[in-house]
Ligand binder design. Structure first.
Ligand SMILES: Cc1ncc(COP(=O)(O)O)c(C=O)c1O
Length: 414
């Protein structure tokens, strides 16, 4: 089905050309928008604040925000200035730089369990290296993770990873023990001999699924009892649900933390960290290899620093208030649907709720969600083109943007 409002010109031309040059026409599968019944991606030209403009000049209120990094919205002037100033000094050096040390300092200051941090270029890389470190430290190979949690596209993480990922070509192995989210008995049954438990402390990749009361605390206890390391993948939740991520919000400290998205201020940067004792196992301090040509890139560290330095308690107070307004609005607007939110991330499921795990999430109607998505897009509102993703609030989304979205949802699901 074609996008009704897109019988066009530039986007259609670009897409035809993209299909010739790039597999499926996109550089990451979810951009293809197939999950919501469209056959053409959105070609963005520019963004400003909460708004995105496509190549036809159409404007959309953007709730995707590049899948989460843009906590101050698109083209945030302070971030841009920091990046431009850094670029003028050189785009990459392949040496140590001051910016890396400063960004590491900001991260360690913010994230309660992190004493040392290694900067990398993507969340996938950060998760992959964290697993390697956990295996090296414990001398164990298997690990426990949760159906519906996504930790990037490295082989060990991909079966039942949510977001509709396929598993062809992935090295088969029994190393990842996949259990239902929020199911402690299943963890207990699988944790023996595991190197680590990898978890999104608030799941964001099957839609937003909060941890059940006591879930994270119990994971901590089970890890301590079994000698497995507890790994929080805070690529989405880091600097979003609190400055110190979910570990600050829920008061449970993991052994290792994976960060991405906001930490790079919208440029390709991610990180992983933990206690000095664990992190000093990494080369060149220790014997676990990990490296990267562009790791700690000066443009990305400048962007990250510019963002992280402005994340004050007031920012989180504001995001919480706006999140609550969105949640209440959507709940009233869409009876029979279910809104799940933690801080500045939320999902509207076409499901009566509650959604506690991947099976529940899969029981929501993709058809109804697709209809809602297309209706919203037609009204100039761009939400995640898949039910199994989140709406991301930024400081650029004011009450007006929230109310406009709620009104459109009310009209469309009535
Ligand atoms: C929780 C989580 N971990 C890891 C990743 C992988 O990050 P990247 O896409 O930067 O490789 C993602 C990406 O969305 C994510 O949501």
């Amino acid at each position: 089905m074609s996008r009704a409002l897109n019988q066009t010109t530039r986007a259609a031309e670009l897409y035809a050309r993209a299909l010739e040059l790039i597999p499926g026409g996109v550089n990451s599968p979810v951009r293809a928008m197939k999950a919501v019944g469209l056959d053409e991606p959105l070609f963005a030209r520019r963004g400003e604040g909460a708004y995105l403009e496509d190549v036809e000049g159409r404007r959309y209120l953007d709730w995707v925000l590049s899948w989460g990094p843009l906590i101050f919205g698109h083209a945030d002037p302070e971030t841009i200035e920091a990046v431009v100033a850094a670029a003028r000094r050189g785009t990459t050096f392949g040496t140590a730089t001051e910016g890396e040390v400063e960004l590491a300092g900001e991260i360690v200051d913010a994230v309660p369990s992190v004493e040392q941090v290694r900067l990398v270029s993507s969340g996938t890389e950060a998760a992959m290296s964290t697993l390697r470190l956990a295996r090296a430290v414990t001398g164990r190979e298997p690990f426990v993770r949760f159906a519906g949690c996504y930790h990037g596209h490295a082989d060990p993480f991909l079966s039942e990873a949510g977001s509709g990922v396929a598993t062809l070509g992935i090295r088969p192995s029994g190393e990842g023990r996949v259990v239902p989210y929020n199911d402690l008995e299943a963890v207990e049954a699988e944790i023996d001999g595991a190197a680590c438990v990898f978890v999104e402390p608030v799941a964001g990749n099957m839609g937003v699924v909060p941890p059940a009361d006591g879930f994270l605390e119990s994971l901590r206890r089970l890890c301590d009892e079994s000698g497995a390391l507890l790994v929080f993948d805070e690529v989405i939740t880091g600097f979003r649900v609190a400055r110190g991520g979910a570990q600050e919000r829920f008061g449970v400290l993991p052994d290792l933390t994976v960060l991405g998205k906001i930490v790079g201020g919208g440029l390709p940067l991610a990180a992983f960290g933990g206690s000095t004792q664990l992190m000093e196992r990494l080369a060149p301090a220790g014997d676990v290899y990990q490296a990267g040509t562009l790791s700690g890139n000066p443009l990305a560290t400048a962007a990250g620093l510019s963002v992280l330095r402005r994340l004050t308690p007031e920012v989180y107070g504001e995001l919480e208030q706006r999140g609550a307004r969105l949640e209440e609005g959507l709940r009233d607007a869409a009876p029979g649907w279910c809104v799940q939110r933690v801080g500045a991330m939320a999902t509207l499921f076409a499901h009566p709720g509650p959604v506690r795990n991947l099976d529940d999430a899969r029981a929501s109607s993709s058809e109804r969600y697709g209809e809602l998505f297309r209706g919203l897009l037609g009204r100039g509102i761009y939400v995640a083109p898949s039910q199994f993703e989140a709406l991301f609030l930024s400081l650029a989304h004011a009450d007006g943007e929230i109310d406009m979205t709620v009104a459109a949802v009310a009209e469309l699901v009535a």
